[in-house]
Ligand binder design. Structure first.
Ligand SMILES: [Cu+2]
Length: 317
């Protein structure tokens, strides 16, 4: 993954990114020139016009029209330049070309789903073709909180809200892998809400699409199905597979381990316990963890999908 920076910005990788940077640099440079000029004037005047003796009196100054017009008109012109320039770029950033490739984006605590027009659903990674405008139609899951989709190298940032669509678009200028983040603090799993935008050549993208469409989920072995769901359903936002604690306990070594609950009871994590933890997470709460695991999985996952998740967890010894 490349993360080249130019001066103090990450590399510009979308069609409008260079424009955003140019305006940013313009504002910075103008501010710097003004800062230096004003600071020098302050220092110079405080020395030149300091009170030199007890007899020194302040002269009565009314005003200086030329000076006042100058320091009003020059900043006005600068600000109008920034406004015109920024407005122009903003309109471009808000107006996706009519033939854009459309992806539905759903955010939830704590993860993302990206749904392509052909029905492919990805989580964590978003795969798109290069040199193609991509329009994102985004919303946060019903009843969830605000999240924000941020791809620094594309200069793209847009909030997602429950019960309301927001939009963004970009056109990547070269293939590569670009990190995206959730940039609106949304809870304990917020820092896990990052992933990669995969930009592929058209050929590579077509091959990837064909592969994904050809994959028959019903024919996948249970553990592989479970692995896919682990990312697609957002379990990875709260459960690690490497032994580290996130919002919830890790899945590593969980199978057949003894679990302790807040009501004082204990249980061995066999298949029955695992299924129950996914379908009814509020009934038994592990000591040291919040009771905030989402409860909807029992309704959205099929019986085979639940078995897949259990099988996946079992294999993480
Ligand atoms: Cu977040």
């Amino acid at each position: 993954m490349e993360y080249v920076t130019n001066f103090f910005l990450p590399s510009a990788e979308s069609t409008y990114a260079a424009n955003v940077d140019a305006l940013f640099h313009f504002i910075n440079i103008v501010s710097l020139i003004l800062l230096v000029g004003i600071t020098i004037a302050i220092v110079y005047f405080s020395i030149k016009y300091r009170r030199k003796s007890q007899e020194d009196t302040t002269p009565l100054i009314t005003h200086n029209t030329t000076l006042e017009v100058t320091w009003t008109v020059i900043p006005l012109i600068l600000i109008l330049i920034v406004f015109g320039w920024g407005f122009n770029d903003y309109v471009e950033m808000r107006t996706p070309p009519a033939d854009s490739y459309e992806v539905y984006v759903e955010s939830f605590s704590f993860g993302w789903n990206f749904e392509h027009p052909n029905g492919i659903v990805e989580s964590n990674n978003l795969t798109v073709p290069v040199a193609t405008p991509v329009r994102l139609i985004m919303r946060s899951r019903d009843g969830d909180v605000l999240h924000s989709f941020f791809v620094p190298q594309f200069r793209l940032k847009q909030d997602l809200m429950p019960n309301r669509y927001t939009y963004a678009w970009f056109e990547a200028i070269r293939p590569g892998e670009f990190v995206y983040f959730c940039t609106e603090y949304c809870g304990g799993g917020h820092s896990m809400m990052n992933g990669i935008v995969h930009v592929m050549d058209q050929d590579e993208f077509d091959a990837w699409t064909e592969d994904e469409l050809g994959r028959d989920l019903d024919a996948l072995p249970l553990a592989e199905l479970g692995q896919l769901l682990y990312t697609r359903e957002g379990c990875q936002g709260c459960h690690s597979t490497d032994g580290s604690s996130r919002v919830g306990p890790t899945f590593a070594g969980l199978y057949m381990a003894e679990r302790e609950f807040t009501d004082g009871s204990t249980r061995i994590a066999d298949e029955d316990y695992l299924i129950e933890s996914i379908v009814n997470p509020r009934d038994l709460v592990n000591v040291g963890y919040p009771n905030n695991m989402p409860t909807f999985y029992g309704e959205t996952l099929s019986e085979r999908e639940l078995m897949g998740l259990v099988e996946f967890i079992k294999e993480l010894q």
